[in-house]
Design a protein. Structure first.
Length: 331
């Protein structure tokens, strides 16, 4: 993720087009699309495609499963062709650390990372993420993810994550990687061997990453005003209404009346509860539903009207901005 925001979680499982011993691997567009079909990720190129199966990146992507039930991926890649990766589901927990390069993660919120920064993402049935990577960029970093909290071997850690998700169903927090930890992470990202001792070292660093990432969430929550049960119930009413009626004409004023609060209070409290603005949540729901019906063979114009767009051209623009592809490419 980010380093190849979507790729890093899974790319070690796809067979690259070339894989000599200790030499950089080459990953083609077909490699990525094969990966995407298995893991609900859509890959598309940025800019013109002059070959049927261009090589998209060159480098190293290594994946390790820890005994606690986490996935740790280290990546060092050079992009040869600009591309976008859009995931349609999000792991329960993702932590991303960027060591070299610059990248942007887009989901319910947009987060830009520079070297030495990390981001923690918590998601409970939340939307997936997307990332755009331009050609000729060198990216290096780490990704730590937990697909399902219930699969964690540490029940105390699982309870901590569940408590955080009860506060906010979708949550993003950026943080700075401690300076004394960065050299070890740099060494891990450049590691090419996979022996027993390396595995122990990697698991130790994964636990340190986890502690720092969760501490960033804890510090943020201590300074954030809490929502009372009544507010949470009213916000859930608004969220459920948007989920059930995405094609209706919604306004912030009308939704505020449903929530029995002012528009400014709804805007602030909805963002606090779900990590995304009211209207951004509505757009996300509309796009997810549109992709579902396009996949079932609906006409673009019919889908546009069903999810609340009067003009198919406006819908097509919104769909391309969200997924990076035209609606017809999803049929």
């Amino acid at each position: 993720m980010i380093i190849n925001v979507i790729i890093c979680v899974f790319a070690a499982r796809v067979t690259p087009m070339v894989q000599p011993l200790h030499a950089p691997c080459l990953y083609s567009l077909d490699d990525l699309r094969q990966l995407g079909r298995r893991h609900h990720v859509h890959y598309s190129l940025i800019g013109p495609q002059h070959e049927d199966n261009p090589c998209v990146m060159r480098g190293y992507i290594n994946e390790q499963q820890t005994r606690l039930g986490m996935t740790l991926v280290s990546s060092e890649v050079h992009t040869l062709h600009g591309y976008q990766a859009q995931s349609f589901t999000a792991p329960s927990l993702t932590m991303i650390v960027l060591l070299e390069g610059q990248a942007q993660l887009d989901g319910t919120t947009s987060t830009t990372l520079t070297p030495g920064q990390g981001v923690t993402l918590l998601s409970q049935d939340g939307p997936g993420q997307s990332a755009r990577h331009h050609a000729h960029h060198h990216l290096r970093g780490l990704n730590l993810s937990i697909a399902d909290i219930d699969d964690l071997a540490d029940e105390q850690l699982a309870d901590l994550l569940r408590a955080s998700l009860r506060q906010r169903r979708v949550y993003t927090q950026r943080w700075s990687v401690p300076a004394d930890l960065q050299p070890a992470l740099q060494a891990l990202a450049g590691e090419r061997s996979h022996g027993c001792l390396q595995r122990l070292l990697h698991e130790g660093l994964a636990l340190q990453l986890l502690a720092h990432g969760l501490n960033a969430i804890d510090a943020d929550e201590r300074h954030a005003p809490s929502l009372n049960p009544r507010d949470r119930s009213l916000l859930e009413r608004v969220r459920d209404y948007l989920h059930q009626e995405p094609g209706a004409e919604h306004s912030l004023h009308q939704l505020a009346q449903l929530a029995c609060m002012s528009p400014s209070s709804l805007r602030q409290k909805f963002q606090q509860a779900y990590g995304v603005s009211v209207m951004a949540y509505l757009r996300q729901r509309r796009m997810e539903l549109a992709r579902q019906y396009l996949g079932q063979g609906w006409r673009v114009q019919d889908v546009a009207h069903y999810v609340g767009y009067r003009h198919a051209s406006n819908f097509a623009t919104a769909y391309r901005q969200h997924f990076g592809v035209a609606p017809r490419e999803s049929i």
